[in-house]
Ligand binder design. Structure first.
Ligand code: NOJ
Length: 538
């Protein structure tokens, strides 16, 4: 299985948010040994690979997206020996492993940044970052008006009066990719992990890295903070970044030539249009880039149809495949997101999330599942302020409660927290509190109940693996009434979704393969999706 060339084109990858997956040491924080212990569970689910959120040494100001040492393991999560054991176990099970690499910025504790702070203005040590003099008579104004994504200005003043740029928090200084030493260092980092056997990388902020060379003022300085999308055209999506992805792709190819195993680069690419997105997955650049428009689409047939059609036209048009995603560690979980407004009915969120899962797994291309999605976990919306750790909360003056609610540690078993998440004593406390109702979602219950989300995902993945129509390829829309989407995949496989609130006639007659909820013959109930093998050619 591990030798299939182009395996990534329709792979299903499971995102492991390491600190919330499974804790083997009893400190309330998930770790690499926990991931290793959970691999058989993931094998049973049927995913092709895992993406591990950052586990490198880090002060954890942004849960590891502030890296102090790119080639190590933070003692919170284990050590390199444990990493090697995890790799070996994954290899034995045929599960591929992707690491999360963070090239746009590092931690303010990274030795190179500390050296830069200690060095003179204009020194080579400072050239690895963006240091600049301030404006105003005494230089006390930031060098430009850019906003950081997580709130506040994008510049912080160093002790000697110069300012440094950080597009996220002040603890995450941005690298200056115009300095050749930075590029060379990342080449070394890639090879370090490739030599340890990894199957590829998820690239954080892959439309970042380069800034406009003159760092001019932006016309709309608040835009990044307002949208939480990287939209400042001077700070993101610069043409030079594509050279980096060509370089990294060449490094991956070098390893493939050596051992026949194809490595995967998947970018976190937030750019304004599908057409610009497509530039990142040209044949000599990234293999995949998350297509976030699906995740961003409201629960409406027209909205889904539009983003899917655009993706198929613009991205599949490059020769790559689309990389679909509905959930990740930065977004409100689908069960809760699709349940808004709650007045429409309490069961709607879960029903729609199940339907969206079947839709995603039927689309041509690759898909990512975020841990807990396969359990139908809702967002934990009522965490008290004093446990919130997301820097966005702190940096927006406690206004934006965005990312903790989807990061609550997974429930594995039992009736009370920690629900088997930590191997420590009953009293061991997960790093974020788990609500009592997590008992309903624990993996042991999910596996025992054939109506659970888990079985829907498992059955969907099994069918995906066995039916030639699914995975890579094209889709063709069928005529459907408003509020309903249906498309064919290859030879007679039909996926239909009813986005509405009333049942509709099933848009196809044929053999039902799988549905996200009960489907009486000939009917597609509200907020339900199904897969059929059509009786007649379509
Ligand atoms: C995107 C990551 O998904 C997010 O969690 C992180 O905070 C930012 N990049 C900054 O690294």
């Amino acid at each position: 299985m591990l030798s299939k060339y182009h395996w990534w084109r329709d792979a299903v990858i499971y995102q492991v948010y390491v600190r919330s997956f499974l804790d083997s040491t009893g400190d309330g924080i998930g770790d690499l040994a926990g991931v290793r212990a959970g691999l058989p569970y993931l094998k049973k689910l049927g995913v092709d690979g895992i993406w591990l959120s950052p586990f490198y040494p880090s002060p954890q100001h942004d849960h590891g997206y502030d890296v102090a040492d790119y080639c190590g393991v933070d003692p919170l999560f284990g050590d390199l020996a444990e990493f090697d054991l995890l790799m070996a176990a994954a290899r034995r099970l045929g599960i591929r492993v992707l690491l999360d690499i963070v090239p746009n910025h590092c931690s303010s504790e990274h030795p190179w940044f500390r050296a830069a702070l200690a060095a003179e203005p204009g020194s080579p040590a400072r050239a690895r970052f963006h240091f600049a003099d301030g404006r105003g008579p005494d230089g006390s104004e930031p060098p430009n008006n850019w906003h950081a994504m997580f709130g506040g200005p994008a510049w912080t003043r160093a002790d000697d009066g110069q300012w440094y740029l950080h597009m996220f928090t002040p603890e995450q200084p941005d690298w200056n990719w115009r300095d050749p030493e930075v590029a060379a260092e990342f080449d070394r980092v890639l090879r370090f992990w490739l030599d340890r056997g990894v199957d590829g990388f998820r690239i954080d902020v892959a439309a970042g890295l380069y800034k406009h060379p003159e760092l001019p003022d932006s016309d709309d300085p608040e835009a990044d903070a307002r949208t939480r999308d990287s939209v400042n055209p001077l700070a993101w999506n610069q043409p030079e970044v594509h050279d980096v992805w060509r370089w990294w792709r060449a490094v991956c190819e070098e390893y493939t030539v050596r051992d026949g195993r194809e490595r995967l680069l998947v970018g976190e690419v937030s750019v304004p249009t599908a057409r610009e997105h497509a530039l990142y997955v040209r044949p000599d650049e990234l293999h995949q880039a998350f297509f976030f428009d699906l995740l961003g689409a409201p629960w409406e047939a027209d909205a889904f149809r539009k983003v899917i059609s655009e993706a198929m036209e613009d991205i599949a048009g490059t020769g790559s495949t689309v990389t679909w995603v509905l959930n990740n560690h930065d977004q409100v979980r689908t069960v809760t997101r699709y349940g808004e407004p709650a007045t429409e009915g309490s069961g709607l969120g879960p029903a729609r999330a199940r339907a969206a899962a079947l839709l995603m797994l039927a689309l041509p291309g690759a898909a990512y599942i975020y841990q807990g999605e396969e359990l139908g976990l809702p967002e934990v919306v009522d965490l008290p302020d004093d446990v919130l750790t997301d820097p966005i909360f702190r940096r927006t003056g406690s206004r934006a409660r965005i990312r903790d609610g989807c990061r609550v540690p997974l429930p594995w078993s039992g009736q009370a927290s920690p629900f088997g998440f930590t191997s420590g004593a009953e009293s061991a406390k997960p790093w974020l509190p788990q609500p009592e109702y997590f008992a309903e979602y624990a993996t042991d219950r999910a596996l025992a109940d054939t109506r659970s989300f888990w079985h829907l995902y498992r059955d969907g993945l099994q069918l995906r693996a066995s039916l030639p129509q699914l995975g890579e390829g094209t889709l063709r829309w069928l005529d459907t009434p408003p509020g309903v989407l249906a498309f064919t995949r290859g030879d007679g496989l039909v996926c239909a979704v009813n986005f509405g609130t009333a049942p509709t006639p099933a848009p196809v007659s044929g053999t039902p393969l799988l549905s996200s909820g009960p489907c009486p013959p000939g009917v597609l109930p509200a907020a339900t999706a199904g897969w059929w093998l059509a009786d007649t050619g379509l």
